[in-house]
Design a protein around this ligand. Structure first.
Ligand code: NAD
Length: 459
C-alpha cells in the first residue's frame, strides 16, 4: 500500500494542470459521478446502515454537479489576470492580480457528507490547476472507496491521489508539506491539523462546526418556522454542520412553537423506525454520545414526538425536543450533531443576543422574521460564519457565494470563486510604463526633488 508520503513525492514532481486539462477533468468527473450515482448511494447506505436515498442524491450528488457546472461556466474568467490602474502617483503604470496554481494541496474530509465534502473542495482545487491529495473519513470506508474509484477513472495518478486508511494515515497526511490544506471536521481536530500544518508553514482553510442558533421574532408564523427548522434539523438525522442546534424564542411563544415542531415532526416522519426517509446515526460511538446527551436532560424536559423507542441495531435515534435546558447542561455545551433540539425561552431579543454572543462564534445563524429592523439587529450584533433568513441549510447550496466559518467555527472559505481563490496564489504584478518618473523620489535629493517629495507625501 502506497503511503501518503509516497503519493505526495510522486505528485510534487509533476506539472500543474493547464486550463484545458482542468476543464477536461471537470467535465469528465461530472460524467463519472452521474454514471456512478447508484454506487454512491449504495456506498453511503452501507456506511450508515440506513441513509435516506433522496438526501444522498441532493446533498452529496446534486451539490457536486451544481458546483462543477458553476465552475465550468466561470473558470476562464476567474483565471484571467485582473488589471487595475496604479493611481496618480504611478501614472500610466498598471497592476495585475495573476492567479496561479499552488502545487500539491491536501483535502481532509469528514463522515457526515463524506462524498460532497471531499469532491466539492476537489473541484475548487482542480479549477485552480493544482495537484490534489484527499484523505476521506475512515468512518465511512465504502464512500472512501468510491471516491478513490471515481478519482482513478478521471485523473492520472500524477494529478490526484486518494489516501485510504485509518487515523494514522490521517495523521501522516496532515504532516505533509502541502501548499494549502483544506480540513473539514470538528473544532478539536481542527486545532491538531493547524499545529501539524504550522510546521510546514502550510496555510489552512478550516471548515469546522459549532452550535448554530435559531432566533424567531415575535410576529413570525410559527408553523412556517417549524416547517423549515424541522426540515433542516432532521436532514441526515441532525448530522449536519449547519443544522439548527438550538432555538431562542420569547417565553409566551415557546409552547406554541413546541406544538408546531411536534406537529411538523409527525408529518415528516410518522413511521420513524421503518421510514427510509430518516437516516441512521453513523455508528455506535455517535449513537451512545447522543444517548448520553438525552440521559443528561431532566425527563420532564424531554419531549419525544414519535416516542423514545430507538433501534439500537440500526442506530435509529428518534427526534427529541428539549424544553428549556439550562446553559450549563450537556445539551448546551457542545455541538449536538444529532436529532436533539433544545428550545430556550428568553425575555427579550437582547437576552437572545447575549446568549449567542457568550458562546463561540457559530458556523451559521438562522433568523425567522419579516421585520427588517429585527433582522439587521441580529445580523449586525452577532458574528457567525454565515446566516440565513427564513430558511435553514439551503444557503450551503447557493452558487457563487463562499462558505466558511469564523472564530471557533473555522477560517477561510470555499465554493465558487472563493474556492478557486483559496487554492490559488493571487500574485500581484506591477507593470512600469515607459515614462518612468520614479527617479523623482530617489536619491540624490536635489532641492527640486525635495519639493516634489514634500508635495507627494501630502497627496
Ligand atoms: P473529525 O474532526 O473527527 O474528523 C474529520 C477528519 O479528520 C477525518 O477524515 C479524520 O480522518 C481526520 N482526523 C481525525 N483525527 C485526526 C488527527 N488527529 N490528525 C489528522 N487527521 C485527523 O470530524 P468528523 O467527526 O468526521 O465530522 C464532524 C465535524 O465536522 C462536526 O463538528 C461538524 O460540524 C464538522 N463539519 C463541518 C463542516 C463545514 O463545512 N464547516 C461540514 C461538515 C462537518
Amino acid at each position: 500500500m502506497t503511503t501518503p508520503k509516497q503519493q505526495f513525492d510522486r505528485l510534487v514532481k509533476t506539472s500543474n494542470l493547464t486550463m484545458s486539462k482542468r476543464i477536461a477533468r471537470l467535465k469528465k468527473i461530472k460524467t463519472v459521478i452521474i454514471d456512478h450515482t447508484d454506487d454512491i448511494i449504495l456506498a453511503l447506505s452501507s456506511d450508515y446502515g440506513q441513509r435516506c436515498e433522496q438526501e444522498t442524491r441532493v446533498a452529496e450528488i446534486m451539490i457536486c454537479i451544481a458546483e462543477i457546472n458553476h465552475t465550468l461556466k466561470h473558470i476562464k474568467s476567474w483565471a484571467k489576470p485582473k488589471f487595475s490602474g496604479a493611481g496618480i502617483k504611478f501614472m500610466f503604470c498598471k497592476n495585475a492580480i495573476l492567479p496561479q496554481p499552488l502545487g500539491v494541496v491536501g483535502i481532509i474530509a469528514p463522515w457526515n457528507y463524506p462524498f460532497n465534502l471531499a469532491i466539492t473542495p476537489l473541484i475548487a482545487a482542480i479549477s485552480a490547476g493544482n495537484k490534489v491529495m484527499i484523505k476521506p473519513s475512515e468512518i465511512t470506508p465504502h464512500t472512501a472507496d468510491i471516491i478513490a474509484k471515481i478519482c482513478s477513472l478521471v485523473f492520472k495518478d500524477s494529478e490526484v491521489a486518494v489516501s485510504l486508511g485509518e487515523l494514522e494515515v490521517a495523521q501522516e497526511f496532515s504532516e505533509l508539506p502541502f501548499k494549502h490544506l483544506l480540513f473539514t471536521g470538528s473544532t478539536a481536530v481542527g486545532k491538531i491539523i493547524m499545529k501539524a500544518a504550522a510546521n510546514n508553514l502550510t496555510p489552512v482553510t478550516l471548515e469546522l462546526g459549532g452550535k448554530s442558533p435559531v432566533v424567531i421574532d415575535d410576529k413570525y408564523d410559527l408553523k412556517k418556522a417549524a416547517k423549515s427548522i424541522i426540515g433542516g434539523k432532521f436532514y441526515n438525522a441532525g448530522q449536519t454542520c449547519i443544522a439548527p442546534d438550538y432555538i431562542l424564542i420569547s417565553k409566551n411563544r415557546k409552547q406554541p412553537l413546541i406544538d408546531a415542531l411536534i406537529s411538523e415532526i409527525k408529518k415528516c416522519f410518522n413511521t420513524i423506525l421503518t421510514s427510509p426517509d430518516y437516516s441512521a446515526i453513523v455508528n455506535k460511538r455517535h449513537f451512545s454520545r447522543l444517548e448520553k446527551i438525552a440521559q443528561s436532560c431532566d425527563s420532564e424536559q424531554c419531549i419525544w414526538p414519535l416516542g423514545d423507542t430507538k433501534d439500537t441495531d440500526k442506530n435509529i435515534f428518534p427526534p427529541l425536543l428539549v424544553d428549556n435546558p439550562t446553559s450549563d447542561s450537556p445539551v448546551m455545551e457542545n455541538e449536538i450533531f444529532g436529532p436533539i433540539l433544545p428550545i430556550i425561552s428568553t425575555d427579550s431579543i437582547t437576552e437572545s443576543l447575549n446568549i449567542i454572543n457568550s458562546a463561540p462564534n457559530p458556523l451559521t445563524l438562522y433568523i425567522f422574521s419579516n421585520n427588517s429592523q429585527f433582522i439587521d439587529n441580529v445580523l449586525t450584533n452577532t458574528l457567525s460564519g454565515s446566516a440565513a433568513v427564513n430558511e435553514t441549510i439551503v444557503h450551503f447550496a447557493q452558487d457563487g457565494t463562499g462558505f466558511g466559518g469564523v472564530g471557533e467555527s473555522g477560517m477561510g472559505s470555499y465554493h465558487g470563486k472563493n474556492g478557486f481563490d483559496t487554492f490559488s496564489h493571487l500574485k500581484t504584478v506591477y507593470y512600469q510604463s515607459r515614462l518612468n518618473t520614479n527617479f523623482l523620489v530617489r536619491a540624490p535629493f536635489t532641492p527640486f526633488k525635495k519639493k516634489v517629495v514634500k508635495l507627494l507625501s501630502k497627496l
